[in-house]
Design a binder for this molecule. Structure first.
Ligand code: KMH
Ligand code: ZN
Length: 268
């Protein structure tokens, strides 16, 4: 089972949990803690030192180089989602660094209040083409079943290559829920040769770890999606969240993939 750690995100801040990393040094420490506990992939957003989300290429380069110096084997997966309201050009910057993977968001989503996380079909095609040209494997971010249909249409047209790898982000208010029924609906909507990671947001984080573990899938945990170790108790680091995911997976009979095993699973 591959475990991805989404160590920072773009929406959560130190006001929510003081352990959310902003600086390069904090990012390295959190990536290392997650790696030490069993994460093979780091889903990466970067920040200014004051916590402002950025897609700045120099910042990505600095953080990725520093993480690699500390944990050379980890798979680094920058975000092309960035933060709500960023332009396509801003969002696409980390692709120029030719990471092994990056996220490709497969549809537009209500993101609370008046916020809209915009991903029109033409935007998705532009992002997919940039990733294909740079030989970056997309992780197809799916917040709803309709986004799987979008991804399959793009695959049919050759914008993304098979076998596909999905991330089901479940429990966001504007998207699909995080029930067992929702999980089955998504897993039964993807091609047999594809792989998926399940991400439960907030209180659903570990429900989805268990569902994915039982079903033979992969999972994502981390501060981007959830800041609590359990009800009312903040996690002290991403490592603690990974540790709990590993314990659940092992209890259910799963072995945890090391980074090189994850590369084989993903065909990197
Ligand atoms: N921060 C969200 C607006 C991704 O990384 O591709 C988008 C997001 C998805 O986090
Ligand atoms: Zn993200």
């Amino acid at each position: 089972m591959m475990i991805t750690a989404a160590i920072s995100g773009a929406e959560v801040s130190k006001k929510h949990n003081p352990s959310v990393p902003y600086t390069t040094q904090e990012m390295v420490l959190e990536a290392k803690r997650a790696s030490d506990m069993g994460a093979s992939i780091i889903h990466l957003h970067v920040r200014e030192d004051d916590g402002t989300p950025t897609q700045n290429i120099e910042r990505y380069q600095e953080v990725m180089t520093a993480i690699r110096a500390s944990c050379p084997k980890l798979i680094l997966q920058p975000s092309t989602g960035g933060a709500v309201g960023m332009s396509n050009e801003e969002r696409l910057q980390p692709i120029a660094l030719k990471p092994e993977m990056a996220t490709l968001d497969c549809g537009t989503l209500n993101f609370g209040g008046d916020a809209i996380f915009m991903n029109t079909e033409n935007m998705i095609i532009t992002f997919a083409e940039a990733m294909k040209a740079a030989m970056v494997k997309p992780e197809l971010e799916v917040f709803d079943q309709s986004m799987i249909r979008m991804a399959l249409r793009l695959a049919k047209k050759g914008y993304v290559l098979n076998p596909l790898h999905f991330n089901f982000v479940m429990g966001v208010n504007g998207g699909i829920g995080a029930s067992l029924r929702d999980f089955v609906y998504l897993t039964e909507s993807i091609p047999n040769d594809s792989t998926y990671t399940a991400t439960g947001v907030g209180r659903y984080q570990f429900d989805l770890v268990a569902m994915a573990a039982i079903h033979g899938g992969h999972c994502r945990v981390g501060f981007e999606d959830n800041i609590y170790l359990k009800h009312g108790q903040l996690a002290s680091s991403n490592g603690e969240l990974v540790e709990k995911a590993v314990a659940i997976a092992r209890q259910l009979g799963r072995e945890i993939a090391r980074p090189d095993e994850a590369r084989i699973i993903l065909g990197l």
